[in-house]
Design a protein around this ligand. Structure first.
Ligand code: CMP
Length: 134
């Protein structure tokens, strides 16, 4: 069964939307296989967002993702990577379709509540970064 990594980012925790977001995934039928609350260090941010290091928005992204606790979780289900990406919606909350998490809860391209692995290769790389011990 396929697995994906999700992060409920600092804005989701701050806005007390953790339960609302997790409920959507559970209602869909996806299983939570691992979950924890943690603070992302600058080093972990750099590893997790390696592909964005050279982007102009990276300094802001690092500030944001290290600004408060996040909830990291591994979700499991059939085609879970694509299913979760569709449920999360496109990056910019202003453009995300109504009915998606970002479409319903975000107005920002940065503070967009949830990260979700975008491919099997990304999931394979990202899950051990957060759950190397599982
Ligand atoms: P995520 O899906 O976690 O992947 C990279 C993150 O960088 C993205 O969500 C946003 O939080 C952030 N991001 C992407 N594009 C921009 C942008 N143009 N400006 C600011 N932050 C961005």
């Amino acid at each position: 069964m396929e697995q994906t990594l999700i992060l409920l980012k600092p804005d989701a925790v701050e806005r007390q939307l953790v339960g609302a977001v997790l409920r959507r995934f559970e209602n869909k039928g996806l299983r939570i296989k691992a979950m924890k609350l943690l603070s992302i260090t600058p080093e972990l941010a750099q590893q997790h967002y390696a592909e964005h290091l050279q982007k102009p928005f990276y300094p802001q992204l690092k500030e944001y993702i290290t600004s408060g606790p996040v909830v990291a979780a591994v979700l499991e289900g059939p085609e879970v990577i694509a299913v979760v990406r569709r449920m999360v919606g496109v990056t910019n909350g202003l453009e995300a379709a109504a009915g998606t998490i970002r479409g319903d809860y975000s107005l920002s391209s940065q503070r967009n509540l949830v990260h979700a692995s975008d491919s099997p290769e990304a999931a394979k790389r990202e899950i051990p970064l957060f759950f190397g011990d599982t």
